[in-house]
Design a protein around this ligand. Structure first.
Ligand code: HEC
Length: 225
């Protein structure tokens, strides 16, 4: 009996030490954007929202593979801090196995740039960096192809391109986007105006500087430039 008590005592001491250790290593996760240089809110989260949370996938309703990527906590279930190679998230976006790769075909795979960004973010501890940018450049002559389309490609077109775009709405070319510009739903959904579905869905608005780029392009006549 005595030895059972003794081993219980040892186990609980070990447990306490491991909890302390766990907390210590958590303390070392950098939290400010200045330290990390990668913004979870505006750089990482939108890639995952756009490419992983569409209908049937990792959202709160469908929970494919029991994963919901519409929250930081949900994403962290597939991330091992500081260790991209041991993170399921990184493994599945980089595998050569076509039966396993995410997002699955026919969705477009993530770009090398997006994959590197996710890699570096995990390597830096995968912190929830938010409120990263505050000052926007003053803008004139905004270009659709140089300024607006890259935003749509990274924030919207995981859902709004390809043979079966979500909601039947394609946002991957000027001639497709101009339709939603003309019926008001493009800006309406981006600025979360009442009467339109807020876009991107289930996540914060685009960052203010990106909204400004898009608004300026629309106000300058939504040119095919
Ligand atoms: C996770 C997938 C997903 C992402 C990312 C996404 N959308 Fe959507 N979008 C949808 C779905 C589904 C619908 C149709 C259902 C609805 O209206 O909610 C839709 C509808 C729309 C509509 C029609 C809205 C209306 O009220 O008529 C517009 C315009 C639109 N999206 C633009 C965008 C833009 C611009 C972005 C990027 C800033 C974006 N979407 C990001 C899934 C997405």
């Amino acid at each position: 009996m005595k030895s059972v008590l003794k081993s219980l005592f040892v186990v609980s001491i070990l447990g306490c030490i491991s909890i302390m250790f766990h907390n210590c290593s958590n303390d070392q996760i950098p939290v400010s954007y200045e330290e990390v240089g990668i913004c979870f809110e505006t750089e990482i989260f939108p890639i995952l929202i756009s490419n992983c949370t569409m209908s049937g996938c990792h959202n709160p309703t469908d929970r494919a593979e029991d994963l919901d990527y519409t929250t930081y906590e949900g994403i962290m279930e597939s991330v091992k801090r500081f260790n991209p190679e041991k993170s399921k998230l990184y493994e599945y976006i980089t595998t050569d196995d076509l039966g396993k790769i995410m997002p699955p075909p026919p969705s477009t795979p993530l770009t090398a740039e997006q994959i590197n960004l996710i890699h570096d973010w995990i390597e830096k501890g995968a912190p929830e960096t938010i409120n990263c940018f505050t000052v926007c450049d003053t803008l004139t002559n905004v270009s659709f192809s140089m300024d607006v389309l890259p935003i749509l490609d990274s924030k919207c077109n995981g859902c709004h391109s390809g043979p079966t775009p979500q909601g039947g709405i394609d946002q991957s070319t000027w001639s497709a986007v101009i339709r939603t510009v003309n019926d008001g739903s493009f800006l309406g959904s981006i600025v979360h105006e009442q009467g339109f579905s807020p876009m991107p869905p289930l996540s914060p608005k685009l960052p203010p500087c990106e909204i400004l780029i898009i608004e300026t392009w629309v106000n300058e006549g939504a040119l095919d430039n």
